[in-house]
Design a protein around this ligand. Structure first.
Ligand code: FAD
Length: 692
C-alpha cells in the first residue's frame, strides 16, 4: 500500500514528536546528564557535531578523542585531559568519536591539538564508537571541507597525538592506532611525540601508557613551547548535598540507570547498551563445584523485552558491586555515615560528563556505577597523595605513585582495590580529605560483562543461557582472595534462587533486590550484543569447534542447534567439537548433554576431549587437534568452518599455530604456506574466533 502525502506528514510528525519526548525523558529538563555515552544522541542533547564549533563554544584548544569499548580508552583520554589542565594549564576536553563529524579537520585552527586514544577491538576492528571516524579517515579519498585531494596534504596544519590500546595475542595488534596514524600522516598532519601502544596481552597496558605519556608531554613541551606548572587539582565535578531530598524521594536515583527505570517504565526505551532489561532468571545451577572453582549455568528469560538474539551472540550482564567493598570504600573515605545522603553531581566544566544520573546517593554511586573493585592505577595514587591523612601516609602513597616496583610489590601484585590500598597505606586512618569528585575522576564507570550465549535461538528463542566460571583468585602470599564482581553476583543470585534467605557468598553481601527492590524475585539487568560469530547458514557444511573450559559456551549452542535441526529431519554436516578441561570427573562441562546430542546427530557429531590433569602428561585441545590432523585437513578442504572460543592469551594463539602446522604437514607445504592458508581462512570468515 503506497503512502500518500498526508500519511507521510503524519509519520514525520510522529517521529519528531517521539524524538522530542525521548529527549525530555532521557535528559530531563533539569538534568542533562541523565544518560551518558549516548553517542549520536549528543545531537539530540543540543550539542553540535562540528569539532571546531564545539571547542570554541567551550573555550578549548585540546581535544582528547577516544575510541573505547570497555571504558579504558575513555578513562585514559579523560586522565590526559585533566593532566593537560592541571600540569600545563591547557584548555582541554575529551570527545567521544561518534559525537563528531570529521569533514572539517582541514579547518582546525593551528593553535589546536587533537589527540586520538584508540582501542583495537576483536580482529583489528575499530570500537563501536569509532567505526565512522575510522572509515572516514582511512578511506581512499576522504572529502574535507576545502575539497583538497590527499596529495595536497589537506591536514598539513593539524597537530595530533596518538595512543593505542591493544593486545599482542591478537594478530592485528594495535591496528587501529597504526592505521589511523598512517592515514593522518598521509594526509599531512604532524604528530606530537610517538604513536604510543599499550599491550593488554603482556599485562603492561597501564605502565605502557604511563611511560608513553611522559615522553609525549616532553615532545609537546618542545614542539609547542609549553610551560609546566605545579599541578593544581581542580575538581571536575561539583558535589552538592540536597537536604531537601531523601532516598525515599521519587526523583532520587538509587542505582537506576536512567529516568525510565526511575519511573518504573524501563520499557519506554528499547533495551540496549544504555538501557538494560531487568530479566528474570528462569533457572540456575552449578555445572561443577570443586574446592577452589565453580561454574554456573543460568537461563535468563528475555520474554516481553523485544530483545532478540541469534546463536553465537553475547549477553551483557550489568553488575552490582558487593556490599562489603562498597562499605569498605565509604568507611575509608569517612562517608559511611552519610552513605544515604542525597547529592547532586554536576560537571564543573560544560565539557565534563557525569557518568550516572543524579540526584543520587553516595551508596548508589559506589554500588551501581563505578568500578570500585578493579585494579588500581599508579597515577591515581600519586593524585591522592596531597589528601593523605598523615605525613607518613603521604610519603608512602607518593612512593607507590612514583616507584613502579614498589607499586607492583605492594598494590598490583596483592590484587588490591582502591579501598584496600588506602587501608594498607594508612591502617586505621580515614582519608576524609579526598574530594569525592577525585574518586569519581580516578575510578572508571562500571562496565557490563559479556558472556557468549550458550543456548541456541532456534531451540529457545526467548531464553539465553550463560556458562560462567566464578572468578576467585587466591593471591600467592597475599592477604585476601580476589573475587570477580559479576560472577560472584551471579553466584549469589543462584543461591537465592535455590532458597538461601540472604545469600552472601564469601561475605560479599550483594544487594540482590536492586534499586527500590525492582530486581526482586531473581532478576538480573542485561542487554544483548550481536556478534559475527555464526554458524554457516547451510547446516550441511562441516564445522570444527575448539572450546576448552567456558570457551565451550557458544559451542553448546551450536551443537544444540544442529541436534534440533537433525531431529526436525534436516541434513546436518559433520560437527566436531574439541573440548578441554582439567579432569573428566571434575570440570567436564555438559558431560551428560553431549550424549543426547550424539543420539540426535549420530556419526555426524564427534566430541574429542583433552583432560589436562588426568594423565601423566598435560594434554590440551591443540594437541588433540594435531592428533586428528588428517581428518581436520580433509574437512577444511571440503569447506569446513573452523571456530575457536575462550582464552585469548594462550589457547587461541596456539590453536592458530597448530592449524598452520597441520595444513602444512598434510599438504606437503612449508609452515609459512600453511600459515598463509590459515590467514586466508580467517579473511574469508571460515576461521572465526570468540576469545577474551
Ligand atoms: P572482574 O571483577 O571483572 O575481574 C576479572 C579479572 O580482572 C580478575 O580475574 C582479575 O584477573 C582482574 N582483576 C579484577 N580486580 C582486580 C584487582 N583489584 N587487582 C588485580 N586484578 C584484578 N566468561 C565466562 O565465564 N563465560 C563466557 O562465556 C564468557 N564469554 C565472554 C565473551 C566475551 C566477548 C568477553 C569479552 C568475555 C567473556 N567472558 C566469559 C569473560 C567475562 O566477561 C568476565 O570477564 C568474567 O566473567 C569475569 O567477570 P567478573 O566481573 O566476575 O570479574
Amino acid at each position: 500500500m503506497a503512502l500518500d502525502l498526508l500519511d507521510i506528514l503524519v509519520l514525520v510528525g510522529l517521529v519528531l514528536g517521539s524524538a522530542y519526548f525521548f529527549r525530555e525523558k532521557l535528559f530531563g529538563k533539569s538534568d542533562k546528564t541523565a544518560i551518558t555515552g549516548l553517542g549520536k544522541n549528543a545531537a539530540k542533547a543540543g550539542k553540535t557535531r562540528n569539532i571546531i564549533e564545539r571547542m570554541q563554544q567551550s573555550d578549548k584548544n585540546v581535544m582528547w578523542f577516544y575510541g573505547s569499548q570497555t571504558g579504558t580508552a575513555e578513562d585514559y583520554a579523560s586522565r590526559l585531559s585533566k593532566e593537560a589542565g592541571a600540569r600545563f594549564g591547557l584548555k582541554s576536553m575529551t570527545g567521544d568519536l561518534e559525537e563528531y563529524d570529521f569533514e572539517n579537520l582541514d579547518e582546525v585552527p593551528e593553535d589546536t591539538v587533537l589527540a586520538f586514544v584508540l582501542a583495537t577491538y576483536g580482529e583489528g576492528e575499530p570500537t563501536d564508537n569509532a567505526v565512522e571516524f575510522y572509515e572516514f579517515i582511512t578511506g581512499d579519498e576522504p572529502m574535507f571541507s576545502k575539497g583538497e585531494s590527499v596529495e595536497e596534504k589537506p591536514l598539513r596544519n593539524l597537530k595530533y597525538i596518538a595512543f593505542g590500546l591493544g593486545n599482542n595475542t591478537y594478530e592485528h595488534y594495535n591496528s587501529m592506532v597504526r592505521r589511523v596514524d598512517a592515514a593522518l600522516q598521509k594526509l599531512g598532519a604532524t604528530r606530537i611525540g610517538t604513536a604510543g601502544e599499550g599491550d593488554d596481552g603482556a599485562g603492561t597496558m597501564e605502565e605502557d601508557f604511563l611511560s608513553w605519556k611522559e615522553t609525549m608531554w616532553e615532545a609537546y613541551k618542545n614542539d609547542v613551547g609549553l610551560e609546566e606548572r605545579e599541578a593544581v587539582y581542580e575538581p571536575a565535578f561539583q558535589i552538592k548535598e540536597r537536604e531537601d531530598l531523601t532516598p525515599e524521594s521519587d526523583s532520587v536515583y538509587l542505582g537506576e540507570p536512567n529516568s525510565f527505570h526511575l519511573e518504573g517504565n524501563a520499557k519506554g526505551l528499547p533495551f540496549n547498551a544504555h538501557n538494560p532489561f531487568i530479566a528474570p532468571i528462569d533457572s540456575s545451577k552449578e555445572l561443577f563445584t570443586t574446592k577452589d572453582r565453580n561454574c554456573l549455568h543460568m537461563e535468563i528469560n528475555l520474554k516481553g523485552s523485544n530483545l532478540s538474539y541469534t546463536t553465537g551472540d553475547h549477553v551483557a550482564v550489568w553488575p552490582t558491586n558487593p556490599g562489603r567493598e562498597v562499605l569498605r570504600l565509604l568507611t575509608v573515605l569517612g562517608i559511611a555515615e552519610k552513605k544515604d545522603t542525597v547529592i547532586n553531581v554536576s560537571p564543573a566544566d560544560s565539557t565534563a560528563k557525569v557518568p550516572f544520573p543524579t540526584p543520587t546517593t553516595y551508596d548508589a554511586i559506589l554500588r551501581y556505577h563505578i568500578e570500585i573493585c578493579a585494579p588500581v592505577s599508579r597515577q591515581f595514587l600519586a593524585q591522592l597523595a596531597p589528601f593523605a591523612p598523615s605525613d607518613e601516609a603521604k610519603a608512602k602513597i607518593e612512593l607507590l605513585g612514583s616507584d613502579k616496583d614498589e607499586f607492583h610489590k605492594q598494590v598490583a601484585n596483592q590484587y588490591f582495590n582502591i579501598a584496600q590500598t588506602l587501608e594498607a597505606v594508612a591502617p586505621g586512618q580515614i582519608w576524609k580529605n579526598i574530594p569525592f569528585s577525585l574518586i569519581l575522576e580516578g575510578l572508571t564507570k562500571i562496565q557490563p560483562r559479556y558472556y557468549s550465549i550458550s543456548s541456541s535461538s532456534h531451540v529457545q528463542k526467548d531464553v539465553v543461557a550463560i556458562t560462567a566460571v566464578v572468578e576467585s583468585i587466591t593471591v600467592p602470599g597475599g592477604t585476601h582472595v580476589l573475587k570477580g564482581v559479576t560472577t560472584n553476583y551471579l553466584l549469589a543470585l543462584k543461591q537465592k534462587q535455590h532458597g538461601e534467605e540472604d545469600p552472601e557468598p564469601n561475605g560479599l553481601n550483594y544487594n540482590l533486590t536492586g534499586p527500590r527492590n525492582r530486581y526482586d524475585g531473581v532478576h538480573v539487568p542485561v542487554h544483548i550484543r550481536h556478534s559475527n560469530f555464526k554458524l554457516p547458514t547451510d547446516p550441511t557444511k562441516p564445522i570444527i569447534m575448539i572450546g576448552p573450559g567456558t570457551g565451550v559456551a557458544p559451542f553448546r549452542a551450536f551443537v544444540q542447534e544442529r541436534a534440533a535441526l537433525a531431529q526436525e529431519g534436516q541434513e546436518v554436516g559433520k560437527t566436531i567439537l574439541f573440548f578441554g578441561c582439567r579432569k573428566e570427573s571434575e570440570d567436564f562441562l555438559y558431560a551428560d548433554e553431549w550424549k543426547q546430542y550424539q543420539e540426535a546427530l549420530g556419526d555426524n557429531f564427534k566430541l574429542i576431549t583433552a583432560f589436562s590433569r588426568d594423565g601423566p602428561k598435560k594434554v590440551y585441545v591443540q594437541h588433540r587437534l594435531e592428533e586428528h590432523a588428517a581428518e581436520v585437513d580433509e574437512l577444511l578442504k571440503k569447506g569446513a568452518y573452523f571456530y575457536v572460543c575462550g582464552d585469548a592469551a594462550h589457547m587461541a594463539r596456539e590453536v592458530n599455530t597448530a592449524l598452520g602446522r597441520i595444513v602444512a604437514e598434510q599438504r606437503g607445504l612449508t609452515i609459512q604456506q600453511g600459515d598463509e592458508i590459515v590467514k586466508r581462512l580467517r579473511s574469508s570468515n571460515l576461521y572465526q574466533e570468540d576469545v577474551w
